[in-house]
Design a protein around this ligand. Sequence first.
Ligand code: HAM
Length: 419
Amino acid sequence: MISAIKGAKDILPAESGKWRRLEAAVRERFRRANYGEIRTPVFEETALFKRGVGESADIVRKEMYAFEDMSGTSIALKPEMTAPVVRAYVEHKLGKSQPLVKAYYLAPMFRQERPQAGRQRQFHQFGSEALGSDAAALDVETIQLAYDLLRDLGLTKLDVKINSLGKPADRAKFVGELRAYLRDREDALSEDSRRRLDVNALRVLDSKDERDQQALDGAPKLADFLDEESRDRFAEVCETLDAVGVPYLVEERLVRGLDYYTETTFEIQSPSVGSQSALCGGGRYDNLVELLGGDPTPGVGFAAGIERILLALENENVAEEKTDKIDAYIVSLEKNPRVAYPVAVELRRAGFVAEFDYLGRSVKAQMREANRLEAERVIFLGGEEAERGEVSVKNMSGGEQTTLPRESLVNHLRETRSA
Ligand code: HAM
């Protein structure tokens, strides 16, 4: 037997309803804020992620599904969407016709991580990128859209954490001092962090290891290295978050794992999903468009992991609203599916969700099936009624039953259709 690739999951018919409902909510929220959908290819040149996300980021250095295609080009399955969206923005000169481009996406991503609850190798993100304005209100719009969506889906335990990484030059100064400080305490650090000192010292800050966190007490603080402009900007982000009622915590050790960030960064975490607690993350990347060959253009965005959100909803026992209803189940006294099939077709052509028995089961078994499917109505075919050219319709919630001429069935269903 051949199984699915480790860390890649099937979404089966019984589960796909909750995916579609989540996706519909995502699309609706983005539409209200005037974001247009962008779809980019599943694969890109590997160089895009190396340059865009950065060679020191784990998702590029260790986790990328990269391979050579038959022409010898190095190709990578996309581990994230920001670099592809910016590539498309530059390639199609989207900024020329519109000073501000706001785009959202829903797509599978690929990272060769060690699979565990809330961590897969193929997973799904939705997110947004807004290119062309450095207004603090746009940082806040990004955070607020993500927060409101998670709230509207029914999650109540959410921690919004924000920080400012300032400008690259200021950050570089800080990283230099941080590295020197940590070098003096190298023996106290976890192995992971010791390795990170050279490649990406900043990541030591958000290490979950107790030893690292202890070693960091007394370390230089990033906030002290920001210039006045960055500090004012961050204050404006905080005030605007207050104005729209998004609660947050300033977390000075929140640095995120990707190299493109500048100024505001954020994460929304859920205490109900265990160790993989980040439901979404994002921030500003004011140098990325230029880095990928475009004119200097500021940008800000976020991405959320759908599997993690579904896990959080389950763990918070958020009740699922069922919308995949069956309007009518046709029960036939004849055990031949040929009898019920044309009625089902007529109802389906008229816009109803209709089902019947293909397996030659007894009337009792057909009724059980109608109950299992939570059909709204059952239509009985056969017997004396059929001889008189009639059918019976039973309303499964109220219990009342009506007999009517076969040819007025569709009209009757239309008239009695529940909202
Ligand atoms: P990220 O933090 O790497 O950011 O990923 C965003 C979200 O994707 C995470 O918070 C998590 O929910 C989900 N996620 C990441 N890896 C996995 C995995 N292996 N399995 C399941 N879920 C996962 C980005 O991707 C940036 N592009 C976000 C961004 C957009 N920044 C600016 N614009």
